[in-house]
Each structure stands twice: as structure tokens, then as C-alpha cells.
Ligand binder design. Structure first.
Ligand code: COA
Length: 436
């Protein structure tokens, strides 16, 4: 299998690099951690080494070493498309190399072979009450596939440690092949009277996902190719990716790890923000009966802030620039839906909000992040149910989770176990007294 061959050819080099770092520079001090950092979500404290993606504060996301623009330009594209094949992005994350078209297609073919979802998974989704959130259904469906885990089965038989990653990769390909079908099933069950749409084996993964969501407009397939590319990973220290990695470090299988990661993604300060952002924009248009003027937007933004709320889609814990994932989607919108009311509103908001946030004097990053526009584009193509947006996000992000977990096993990374202190210990450390 192409990804297995590629990782196998490189794994010793990466293991040696890591082992050399530990052996020769194990005592090198990277940072001193302050009381404020410990008390504020271990913000900015380096906690691990991860080569799959990185977020540069001043320029944004990099997959391996490539910027979003480079990835968009260099990766092989689906036939007749201006956007890369999802199989090629996955190859880049897993294999650390820009693939040829043939290699990207081999990953797509691998997904095609593995996409059948066991029936019991659909039964589990069906057992949820109507009021259940689509993210809970999605996470539970993925968790339930742990019953299929080849890693778990081989581990029980005493598989040697250096074989772990092979089986984790095998499980990862099964999982990533199936998640679009599971997500589409949940969508059609919840919002389209359970009218399920059969997959089209001739399409690439992203286009097939768009098709199963009920929209065969080629422009929507293009949007989903872009969407999958932009949402796949964002450094391994954010809540969801780090959760998946942490759970995986206990040698939990890929289904347990990714389900846990998705539960983190479900939080409003993380993946759920795209839903909140879209709802905020929809309410803004409703309040002013269409595309609001600059003055109306200013009034609405100030009202939101006065109510003690944040402006969704703006700000970021790491970024200090316009998120390139926002820019890529903005360019898609300008090309494909320039007259859309919600899109024009999102553009006008972009023209107004950064200056207002700067003027507060406290917002570290006044610029839009990916969520400031994602929902706007989905609305245009008929995916109106904003509470489904985090499932869309998760369908792509799971691919990033799996790349990190597979490589953690390939490099033999140990179980994570940082240290918790008591308040008394900390006070005693500061005053130089004993805490006992
Ligand atoms: C993403 C986010 C959680 C980052 O949090 P953070 O790193 O603590 O952000 P900051 O350091 O800039 O926060 C400093 C202050 O600015 C405020 N702030 C940050 N972003 C803001 C926004 N979009 N609107 C209003 N105020 C904001 C914070 O609430 C904080 O105020 P406080 O000191 O009164 O508590 C935050 O910017 C936010 O809530 N944004 C909106 C939600 C969103 O888009 N999330 C998706 C992220 S991909």
C-alpha cells in the first residue's frame, strides 16, 4: 500500500533524528513555564514535537512545510478541478511529500475499497433520540467501530511494538474512508427525512461526500475539495488534535482516539465556532432585511460586544494575521457566489470588525479565522443546518488526527503524563517554604 511504503521508507530517518535529540540534547531547556501559563490553559507552552502541520502566528497554517497557497498550487487536482484531491493532501500529511496524481489517486482508490460501513453503526445512529446533536451521533458511530479495530485484535495477540504503526495505518484508512458516509447518513437522517443517497464510486472522496449530502452541483464538489483541504489539520496542540493524540498515547485504538478528539471539537470555543459564526451572520442579515450597511454592521458588532459576547469567527489563540484558510474560502466565494447576500455580508463584516476589535485594546488578534466564512459558503449550496457544520469539520479533521496518531506509533512516542500541582504546592514554591 502506497502510504505504508512511503512511511516505511522514512520512519528510520525520523526515529534516528528524534533519538539523537533525546540522547545528545535531552537536557536542553526549551522554555520556562510561568504561573500565569499554568493557570491559563498551558497557553503557548511547547508540549510535544509534531512535524505534520504547524501554525505560524504571522502567516498561518503549514502542512508539513508547505503554506496553504503552496499546497493549493502544488498538489495534484481532481480531473477538471482547480482544487487538489483529498487523497493527495492525506498523502502529504502522512508521507511528507507532494504526491504525483497517480499516488493521490492510489489513496483515493484505497478509500474506495474500504468505504463500506458496518450495518450496526447505522443502527447505533438510528437509536439516538431526535433531539440528539449530530456531533454526538458522529462521535458515537466512530467509537462503535472500535469493535473492528485491527490494532486491538493484533495487540491482544502480542504484536511486536515496531508493528504498531502498520496496523494503526490500516485502521486509519478504514476510518477515513467511512467517515464521509457516516456524516452523510446522519445529515440525511436528521434533516432530509432519512432519504439516504447512495455513494457514487466514480467520484473522488470530497465530490462523493458532496453528492451524498444531496448536492450534485460541480461547484459544490469543488467547495468540498477546498473544505477538506483547509480543515484537515491545524497543529497537534489544539484541543481536539491533542486529545486524539493523548488518548492514542495510551495505545487506545484509532476509533477511540478519534472519537475523543471529536468530543473536543464539539466545544463552542473550538469546532462549534463555525456554527455560531454563521448564526450570528444570519441574524445580522435578518435584523436589517438583507445585506447590512457598514454603519448597521458597526451598530450590530458594538451591541454584541456590549452584551459581553465575542464576535464569532474573529480572533485566534495562535494566529496574528488574517487566517489563510479564510482567504482561500473568500476567493472561492468571490469566484462562485459574489452576489450571495450572506457572502456579501461576511465581506462587509470583514471590512468593519478588525478596526473595532483593535480599538478595544485587548484582543490579541483582530483578524478573521477560518470560521468567519465557512458556513456562509455551505449555506449557499443548501447545507442550511448550522448544527451540522462541526460534523463537516470533523470529517476532514479526523484525517489529521490519524496522521498524528500513526506517526506517534511509528516513532514509538510514549504515553503522555504531565504533572499537576496543588495550589498549596505552588504557593510554597513561590515563598520558598514547604508545602507539607
Ligand atoms: C479564538 C479565541 C477563543 C482565542 O482566545 P484568546 O487567545 O484568549 O484571545 P485573546 O488573547 O485575544 O483574548 C483577550 C481578550 O480579547 C477578547 N476577545 C478575543 N477575541 C474576541 C472576539 N472575537 N470578539 C470579542 N472579544 C474577543 C477575549 O474575550 C479576551 O477578553 P477578556 O480579557 O475580557 O476575557 C477568541 O478570540 C474567541 O473567542 N473568538 C471568537 C470565537 C471563534 O472564532 N473561535 C474559533 C477559533 S478558530
Amino acid at each position: 500500500m502506497i502510504l505504508e511504503d512511503r512511511i516505511e521508507a522514512n520512519v528510520m530517518i525520523w526515529r534516528e533524528r528524534m533519538n539523537r535529540l533525546i540522547k545528545e540534547h535531552g537536557d536542553y531547556v526549551i522554555s520556562n513555564v510561568t504561573v500565569a501559563q499554568i493557570c491559563s490553559g498551558i497557553r503557548g507552552v511547547p508540549i510535544q514535537i509534531s512535524d505534520i502541520s504547524f501554525v505560524e502566528p504571522e502567516s498561518g497554517l503549514r502542512y508539513r512545510t508547505y503554506s496553504i497557497n503552496e499546497v493549493l498550487n502544488l498538489l495534484p487536482r481532481a480531473e477538471g478541478s482547480r482544487y487538489p484531491l483529498t487523497g493527495g493532501i492525506y498523502y502529504l500529511l502522512m508521507g511528507n511529500e507532494i504526491p504525483t496524481y497517480a499516488k493521490a489517486m492510489q489513496v483515493e482508490d484505497e478509500w474506495r475499497k474500504r468505504a463500506q460501513v458496518p450495518k450496526y453503526v447505522y443502527d447505533i445512529i438510528d437509536a439516538f433520540p431526535e433531539t440528539a446533536s449530530p456531533m454526538s451521533m458522529f462521535s458515537a458511530a466512530i467509537l462503535s467501530m472500535s469493535a473492528q479495530s485491527k490494532f486491538y485484535q493484533e495487540y491482544q495477540k502480542g504484536m511486536p511494538k515496531d508493528k504498531y504503526w502498520y496496523v494503526m495505518l490500516d485502521d486509519s484508512l478504514d476510518l477515513t474512508a467511512r467517515t464521509p458516509r457516516i456524516a452523510a447518513y446522519i445529515y440525511n437522517k436528521k434533516y432530509r427525512n432519512n432519504q439516504q443517497i447512495q455513494p457514487d464510486e466514480n467520484l473522488d472522496l470530497a465530490a462523493n461526500f458532496a453528492h451524498m449530502l444531496g448536492n450534485d452541483d460541480p461547484a459544490y464538489a469543488e467547495l468540498m475539495r477546498l473544505f477538506m483541504l483547509l480543515h484537515m489539520d491545524h497543529e497537534n496542540a489544539n484541543v481536539s488534535a491533542h486529545t486524539a493524540h493523548l488518548v492514542g498515547s495510551a495505545l487506545s485504538d484509532i476509533y477511540l482516539s478519534c472519537s475523543a478528539g471529536l468530543n473536543g471539537l464539539s466545544g463552542p470555543l473550538h469546532g462549534l465556532a463555525n456554527q455560531e459564526c454563521c448564526n450570528w451572520l444570519l441574524n445580522l442579515c435578518k435584523e436589517y432585511n438583507g445585506v447590512p450597511t457598514t454603519d448597521q454592521i458597526r451598530e450590530y458588532v458594538l451591541k454584541t460586544l456590549a452584551e459581553g459576547r465575542v464576535i464569532p469567527g474573529y480572533g485566534h489563540a495562535v494566529l496574528r494575521c488574517v487566517d489563510p484558510r479564510f482567504t482561500a474560502q473568500m476567493e472561492f466565494g468571490k469566484r462562485n457566489l459574489p452576489d450571495d447576500v450572506l457572502f456579501r455580508t461576511a465581506m462587509n463584516v470583514f471590512a468593519v470588525v478588525p478596526d473595532i476589535l483593535k480599538a478595544t485594546g485587548k484582543v490579541s488578534n483582530p483578524w478573521p479565522n477560518v470560521d468567519a466564512i465557512t458556513g456562509t459558503l455551505q449555506q449557499h449550496y443548501g447545507i442550511k443546518e448550522t448544527d451540522f457544520y462541526t460534523v463537516l469539520f470533523g470529517t476532514s479533521r479526523i484525517m489529521g488526527f490519524t496522521a498524528h496518531v500513526v506517526w506517534a506509533r511509528a516513532l514509538g512516542k510514549p504515553i503522555e503524563r504531565p504533572k499537576a500541582l496543588t495550589t498549596r504546592m505552588l504557593e510554597a514554591m513561590i515563598s520558598g517554604s514547604s508545602y507539607r
